[in-house]
Design a protein around this ligand. Structure first.
Ligand code: DGT
Ligand code: CA
Ligand code: CA
Length: 575
């Protein structure tokens, strides 16, 4: 994709910042900043102007030198002067610029006069009260820097979606009970269904004008631990669990525009704003404007409609093609929890689960499922008391018997079999042949090379009885990195062999990740969204998997376990 004006502007601003740290000629610094501004306000793409032979020096603030630099960026994506500056100034020094209160002048002093190269050094200097005596600093600035470092630290902390949900939903309920409160919605990454959130962004509309009583309600909430800031329409608090909550009160007529703006993502918003600009429209958090006339903003639908688009579900709003798809009427018809017919990965007390076969079956029936596959661990996974041949044969019998008495739910006989280091499966083929499906998983040797790990999985999938590759990357959010595999190769092989990949719905796993779901979809490999339940309650994990699947653009047809039992059995037998 050709470079956008915004990106050229960002490069110029970075050059200006770095030059200022180097105490370059102020006129030179200003020239870059002016050029950045010109590019931002330019209504046409610079790369198109250049391609058409347009003379950039006719633009305000662009001389011969800068025109040449713009052309270099368009041509190569790089800029010599920036490369040189990067050699002299470490990235960790540049990062200091992003702390509120620190501009290039102060960073110059920190870097060149105090030898401070990163945030850690800065924090320690501030704690030792060494900053306050430097020119342009003082006690107040020193304190502000410490505050900024603290808030940066806490803002970098992210929380699992499931954790955020456990604290967000009660707060939402509490707020809704307040009188005068009309709408309460959680926007931001939470609404976009992300697997983790940095903070919660809550939007409220009220009847009447008593915003202060609403803010008081937030402060009075029993889980509110600390009030960071509070105003008439905005408040930021920290809950006892550590989650930060940003609360904004919006005017009813702007609700759609505000909801859209604060749902983000930022990238989506910027793209949509640009698209609107080309139609002569301006979008901001208060609405869509044609000149001074507001033409949309009460609902989100009205925002999209005003730029000629259907409604884009929040889970797609990442600036990864959804705006184009919407314009061409090619948005996916996203899968919904109600499309799920069964669950193909679950455990019982026979291994590390907490419920019996029957209890799991009844719980699945209660969830409205038609089938539930029991896939306990195999013997290699000793910490989970994995099943050997005899124990599995016994379970097979039990399931057959139980199925005779169960109504409107069928248990499928399965196993979560370990994929051994060499790619062989942990149980003999003759035994696997007796099952309805085989879910294969890696639980050891995470550190093999990409090539070896990929080969290992492909060898496992090539087994005649292998059905589904469980949690393909083995990642645990905030705990364990994914192992290294060539997913494209694995998907191609899965296609060839008639295997499926899992989207494991455990909130810590959510593996496959959204972008990989999308890749699987594009390759035509069906995904099985599984709860990996270890208890009756865990069956509800499915909802987390569904959010991730939506973020991966999956439709009903892309998902294996949306099939009714008969069709599923056919697909499993195909192999
Ligand atoms: P998080 O909290 O890190 O998980 O991610 P978000 O997406 O919830 O980000 P957050 O809380 O900083 O802001 C919420 C939304 O507000 C974000 O998705 C888009 C919007 N927003 C915030 N700052 C800006 C901005 O500077 N420009 C634009 N266009 N939108 C912004
Ligand atoms: Ca947020
Ligand atoms: Ca926020």
């Amino acid at each position: 994709m050709p470079i956008q004006n915004e990106n050229i502007a960002i490069i110029f601003e970075e050059v200006a910042d770095l030059l200022e740290i180097e105490e370059a000629n102020p006129f030179r610094v200003r020239a870059y900043r002016n050029a950045a501004r010109t590019l931002r306000y330019l209504s046409r793409d610079a790369y198109k102007l250049v391609a058409a032979g347009f003379d950039l020096t006719t633009l305000p603030g662009i001389g011969k030198d800068l025109s040449g630099k713009i052309q270099q960026i368009i041509k190569t994506g790089k800029l010599d002067v920036l490369d040189r500056l990067h050699k002299d100034i470490p990235a960790s020094v540049e990062e200091l610029l992003r702390l509120p209160g620190l501009g290039p002048k102060r960073v110059h002093i920190l870097f060149h006069e105090m030898g401070i190269k990163d945030i850690t050094a800065l924090e320690s200097a501030a704690r030792k009260e060494e900053l306050r005596t430097m020119p342009g600093f003082g006690i107040k600035t020193e304190q502000r820097i410490l505050d900024a470092i603290n808030s940066k630290k806490s803002s970098e902390k992210r929380f699992l979606r499931s954790f955020a949900m456990a604290h967000a939903e009660p707060l939402l309920k509490y707020l809704k009970q307040g009188k005068n409160i009309k709408h309460v919605v959680i926007a931001g990454s939470y609404r976009r269904g992300r697997e983790s959130v940095g903070d919660l962004d809550i939007l409220i509309t009220i009847s009447g004008s008593s915003s202060s009583s609403v803010m008081q309600r937030v402060v009075d909430y029993e889980e509110t631990d600390k009030v960071i800031s509070i105003g008439s329409t905005r408040a930021t608090v920290i809950l006892g669990c550590g989650l930060q909550v940003d609360i904004r009160i919006l005017a009813e007529q702007n609700f759609g525009a505000g909801l859209h703006y604060f749902t983000g993502s930022k990238t989506h918003n910027i793209q949509l704003r640009k698209l609107a600009q080309r139609q002569g429209l301006k979008i901001n958090e208060y609405g869509v404007f044609l000149g001074n006339k507001r033409i949309a903003g009460k609902t989100e639908e009205s925002i999209f409609r005003s730029v000629g688009m259907p409604y884009i579900p929040p889970q797609l709003r990442e600036g990864s093609g959804e705006n184009e798809a919407a314009r061409n009427n090619q948005l996916p018809d996203l899968i919904d929890l109600s499309d799920i017919r069964g669950d193909l990965h679950s455990h019982t007390i026979a291994t590390d689960g907490q419920a019996s076969l029957k209890d799991m079956a009844l719980a699945a029936k209660k969830q409205g499922l038609q089938y539930l596959a029991i896939t306990d661990h195999s013997k290699h996974l000793t910490i989970a008391h994995g099943l050997g041949t005899d124990a599995l044969l016994k379970q097979i019998d039990e399931i057959d018997k139980l199925n005779e008495e169960l109504e409107s739910i069928k248990l499928l006989k399965g196993i979560e079999v370990d994929i051994l280091e060499d790619g062989k499966l942990d149980l003999p083929d003759a035994l696997l042949a007796k099952l309805d499906l085989v879910v294969g998983a890696i639980h050891s040797h995470f550190n093999l090379s990409r090539e070896k790990q990929t080969k290992r999985i492909i060898r496992a999938m090539s087994n005649d009885y292998f059905s589904i590759l469980a949690h393909p990357f083995g990642r645990l959010l905030f705990e364990r990195e994914a192992y290294d595999i060539d997913l494209e190769k694995i998907l191609d092989k899965a296609n060839e062999l008639g295997c499926f990949l899992e989207l494991n719905s455990q909130p810590k796993r959510l593996d496959l990740a959204d972008n990989y779901c999308r890749l699987a979809k594009n390759k035509g490999v069906l995904i099985s969204i599984n709860s990996d339940a270890h208890s009756q309650d865990d069956l509800k994990n499915m909802m987390f998997g569904i959010e991730q699947a939506k973020r991966g653009w999956l439709e009903k047809g892309d998902v294996l376990n949306t099939r009714p039992l008969k069709q599923l059995e056919k697909l499993l037998r195909k192999k």
